[in-house]
Design a protein around this ligand. Structure first.
Ligand SMILES: *[C@@H]1O[C@H](CO)[C@@H](O)[C@H](O)[C@H]1NC(C)=O
Ligand SMILES: *[C@@H]1O[C@H](CO)[C@@H](O)[C@H](O)[C@H]1NC(C)=O
Ligand SMILES: *[C@@H]1O[C@H](CO)[C@@H](O)[C@H](O)[C@H]1NC(C)=O
Ligand SMILES: *[C@@H]1O[C@H](CO)[C@@H](O)[C@H](O)[C@H]1NC(C)=O
Ligand SMILES: *[C@@H]1O[C@H](CO)[C@@H](O)[C@H](O)[C@H]1NC(C)=O
Ligand SMILES: *[C@@H]1O[C@H](CO)[C@@H](O)[C@H](O)[C@H]1NC(C)=O
Ligand SMILES: *[C@@H]1O[C@H](CO)[C@@H](O)[C@H](O)[C@H]1NC(C)=O
Ligand SMILES: *[C@@H]1O[C@H](CO)[C@@H](O)[C@H](O)[C@H]1NC(C)=O
Ligand SMILES: *[C@@H]1O[C@H](CO)[C@@H](O)[C@H](O)[C@H]1NC(C)=O
Ligand SMILES: *[C@@H]1O[C@H](CO)[C@@H](O)[C@H](O)[C@H]1NC(C)=O
Length: 231
């Protein structure tokens, strides 16, 4: 029993005397990369060993929130708030960035104001733009090749475009997608599908970015009409 207690006590005494020196604490877990949709919130954690004095959050090198051990968090903007999780071994500060904007993208850093006492990650703020197929329901003659156009406007970054017919993906060789720069750092994409429908099909254009839980989509019906139709 006595031996067991020594085992427990030794590291404790060591830790206590070292933190007593006032510099032997470090960041145990820094923030991790996050990808969010503009307008939503982004959260980052920074966990420091006990003995810490100050913790500073920086976004693209600008200080946005400071936590002082003896006082708690000092918040100066409604956009940057925090939660504190304190326990006997460590302290975790969770930074919450509200109403994220595209230009919040970049480096998020947790500093404990000492040499090597810094850890960082990246925030990517993305924009869910619009998506539409420029053609409405099409009635085509048998054996005719048509071009169907899907347009994505105002995205960040430019979305990946895919096409589906009914429930299956269409091979990439059957469409061409071009990306272009829009206004305000947003991106557009225009995808042209070339097809010769043989049957009635529901065509779906899908646009995806990492921050979306599911791709956005737009659909039209292509109806193969009788040869007497359309001419
Ligand atoms: C975090 O994001 C940066 C920049 O996009 C990237 O270089 C890095 O590999 C990412 N780290 C992890 C762990 O995914
Ligand atoms: C931060 O840590 C707290 C406490 O462990 C946890 O509840 C929260 O989900 C974490 N937040 C992030 C962004 O990982
Ligand atoms: C965390 O807890 C310790 C001791 O329990 C206390 O001294 C310290 O002020 C607390 N820090 C914060 C930021 O709440
Ligand atoms: C970021 O963008 C917002 C609006 O989109 C703007 O109000 C703000 O001034 C910009 N911030 C910086 C640092 O450019
Ligand atoms: C993305 O935008 C579309 C079209 O405005 C909307 O229907 C969809 O709900 C949005 N997705 C998210 C996750 O906000
Ligand atoms: C679909 O719309 C695009 C753009 O408006 C047009 O160029 C194309 O000819 C249309 N396709 C058909 C089959 O009508
Ligand atoms: C469509 O093509 C097939 C095979 O080439 C042919 O058998 C059929 O007669 C064609 N139909 C029309 C309406 O041209
Ligand atoms: C696609 O779906 C439509 C409507 O549900 C159906 O009439 C058609 O036969 C289907 N086409 C194929 C190729 O499966
Ligand atoms: C298209 O989006 C709607 C609404 O988000 C979803 O219910 C549907 O499953 C999507 N369709 C495809 C083919 O992904
Ligand atoms: C087209 O219409 C003719 C009569 O108008 C009919 O005999 C033929 O079966 C129809 N073909 C298809 C593919 O619907």
């Amino acid at each position: 029993m006595e031996r067991f207690q020594k085992f427990i006590l030794l590291p404790f005494i060591l830790a206590a005397s070292l933190t007593g020196l006032g510099f032997c604490y470090s960041i145990l877990n820094g923030p991790t990369n996050a990808t969010v949709l503009a307008g939503s919130e982004a959260r980052f954690n920074c966990t420091v060993e006990n003995g810490w004095a100050i913790l500073i959050w920086l976004l693209n090198t600008n200080p946005v929130l400071t936590v002082i051990n003896s006082q708690g968090p000092i918040e100066t903007s409604e956009r940057f708030t925090s939660h504190s999780y304190n326990n006997s071994q460590s302290f975790t500060s969770e930074l919450i960035i509200h109403n994220t904007q595209l230009n919040d993208s970049g480096k998020i850093e947790c500093s404990i104001q000492k040499l090597d006492g810094s850890s960082f990650a990246f925030l990517s703020v993305q924009v869910n733009g619009s998506l539409l197929i420029k053609n409405s329901t099409l009635i085509v003659k048998e054996n005719t090749t048509v071009e169907i156009v899907c347009e994505a406007l105002g995205w960040a970054p430019a979305p990946d475009i895919m096409w589906m017919t009914n429930d299956s993906l269409i091979d990439k060789s059957r469409y061409v997608t071009q990306q272009s720069q829009g206004s305000n750092d947003l991106h557009n994409a225009l995808s042209v599908l070339t097809m010769t429908p043989t049957n009635t099909e529901i065509l779906t254009c899908l646009a995806d970015i990492e921050a979306l839980p599911n791709p956005q989509n737009a659909s039209i019906a292509v109806i193969v009409g009788n040869s007497t139709l359309g001419k």
